[in-house]
Design a protein around this ligand. Structure first.
Ligand SMILES: [Fe+2]
Length: 254
C-alpha cells in the first residue's frame, strides 16, 4: 500500500474527469523499461522480470524494448555486459510467452561521453533505429551539448527519443521547447506513472499538456518493478492516455 498511497495521492483536474479504462493493446510495444535482472536499479531477479512481463502480456502488450540505464560511474553497462543477462531473460520469456517480442535497448544518460560514442561510431543499443536518452532531473543539460547530440544522432539516421520529458522541472515553465523538438524529429516519451500522478501534480500536468499539444510519440512504463506496472494500470482512465491512444490508432499524428 505504501507505494500506491504515496503515488496516487495527487490528482490533477483532468484526472478528476476520469474515463473508462482504456484497452492498452493499442500501444502494442512498451519502449522504456528496466527488466534485465540485476544490471541497474530495475528488476533484480529473473522472477521479478517475468512477473512484470506477465503483467504486460495481460494488459495486451505484444512486446517490449527493455532499456537498462547506461550511466557512467553509476551503471557502466555496455552491449557486451548487457547481452548475456538479456539473453537469459529472453529465453525464459520465449518459453512462457512465445509470441511476446523482447528487444534489448538502453537508456543513455546524455553527457560528453555519449556524444563521443555517437561521433566515433561506438556500438550503441538502438533497436528500431531509436536512441533513448535521459537528462538530469536537477539541472538542464548544456544546450550546445544537447543540440550537437541531437544533430549527430539524426545524421546517423537514428531517431533520438527523449525519455520522460515531463520529469525535467526546469522546463515546466517553457514547455513550448518540446514542440520545437517534436518539429525537429525528436520523439518525446512520457511515463505512464507520471500521468497516474506518481510524481506529483506538476509532473502530471506537464505530461498531460504535452500530450494534448500532440507532441508526445511514446507512452512508456519506465518499469523498474511492479509498482510501475500498477501505475500503468491506473493511468488507463486518464484523459491524456485516451488522447495518446487515439493518436496511436492514427500514426500520421505521431
Ligand atoms: Fe528509465
Amino acid at each position: 500500500m505504501g507505494w500506491l498511497s504515496r503515488w496516487f495521492g495527487g490528482k490533477d483536474k483532468a484526472q478528476e474527469a476520469q474515463r473508462e479504462p482504456i484497452d492498452l493493446s493499442v500501444f502494442r510495444i512498451d519502449y522504456h523499461s528496466h527488466m534485465v535482472p540485476g544490471v541497474d536499479d530495475g528488476a533484480q531477479t529473473l522472477e521479478e522480470s517475468l512477473e512484470m512481463i506477465d503483467a504486460l502480456v495481460s494488459l495486451g502488450y505484444q512486446g517490449a524494448v527493455t532499456t537498462p540505464h547506461v550511466y557512467p560511474g553509476m551503471y557502466p553497462n555496455t552491449p557486451e555486459t548487457l547481452r548475456p543477462p538479456f539473453e537469459r531473460l529472453q529465453a525464459a520469456v520465449a518459453k512462457r510467452h512465445p509470441n511476446f517480442k523482447l528487444a534489448l535497448g538502453a537508456e543513455y544518460f546524455l553527457d560528453e561521453s555519449l556524444l563521443d560514442a555517437v561521433k566515433s561510431d561506438r556500438e550503441l543499443l538502438t533497436p528500431g533505429g531509436r536512441l533513448l536518452f535521459e537528462l538530469a532531473f536537477i539541472e538542464p543539460p548544456d544546450s550546445g551539448l544537447l543540440q550537437e547530440f541531437l544533430f549527430e544522432v539524426q545524421m546517423k539516421g537514428l531517431t533520438p527519443v527523449m525519455a520522460h520529458i515531463e520529469r525535467y522541472p526546469y522546463w515546466h515553465d517553457a514547455l513550448d521547447r518540446y514542440g520545437e523538438w517534436h518539429e525537429q524529429g525528436v520523439t518525446l516519451q512520457v511515463n505512464a506513472a507520471s500521468i497516474a500522478g506518481a510524481y506529483g501534480p506538476e509532473i502530471q500536468q506537464a505530461a498531460s499538456q504535452c500530450i494534448e499539444k500532440g507532441w508526445v510519440g511514446i507512452l512508456g512504463t519506465d518499469a523498474h518493478g511492479m509498482r510501475h506496472i500498477d501505475a500503468l494500470h491506473a493511468s488507463r482512465t486518464h484523459p491524456a492516455v485516451h488522447t495518446l491512444a487515439q493518436q496511436a490508432k492514427n500514426p500520421k499524428l505521431l
